[in-house]
Design a protein around this ligand. Sequence first.
Ligand SMILES: Nc1ncnc2c1ncn2[C@@H]1O[C@H](COP(=O)(O)OP(=O)(O)OP(=O)(O)O)[C@@H](O)[C@H]1O
Length: 213
Amino acid sequence: MFEFLNVKYKDVLDLPTLNIGQEKITTFIGPSGSGKTTILKMLNKLISPTQGKIIFKETDLQQINSVAHRRQVSMLSQNPAIFAGSIRDNLNAGLKFQERELPSDGVLNHILEQVKLNKSLESAANTLSGGEKQRLALGRLLLLNSEVYLLDEPSSALDDETEEIIIQMLTDHIKREKKTIVMVTHSKAIAQKYSDIIIEISKGKMLKSEVQL
Ligand SMILES: Nc1ncnc2c1ncn2[C@@H]1O[C@H](COP(=O)(O)OP(=O)(O)OP(=O)(O)O)[C@@H](O)[C@H]1O
């Protein structure tokens, strides 16, 4: 789905070849500062390679309009923005931005259940805990129903039990809906349990790529 051709980003990344498969869960692991987030940002067209190119479904990403691209490929950053206002406002924010129809409360409540957020749609979002905010942001992402989800440490603010539940829910959803996930995690256990492919990055280079059976 994504193909890297001699990609460099400043002196941060140097990836001669890298392929990310459609309908797969691809996970990047590696030490802090190794370039994992930079890869996700390139996939989301927030930044572009300083050398080489990235092909997305047979088209050079440079030729694709950024806004159109982000309708197909959405990203959950490490510290997602939660806006002042209600949980409903926050869930709808991404759809509003994309000028799409807003879902019914039934749909919104179903999403809250999926991300295990037991709150009313009217509750103020800024009083949520860090982990709750992360789950709210995940709900907002799922509502976008895009083809590819880029997840930067999606469970970093969650306790182990919630982490497991959320990742399980996400991976089930992705398999059922035939989506693609590209994820960054510090947890080798999570990577091994849920990924189809694990790519190890060190100092901006690919150390190894392992297919999980
Ligand atoms: N725009 C930029 N220009 C120059 N250097 C950058 C830029 N963005 C990031 N870097 C540097 O690139 C390196 C990789 O950053 P990146 O955020 O991709 O790491 P990471 O592997 O995601 O780390 P962590 O696990 O800590 O989130 C860091 O040393 C960072 O300071």
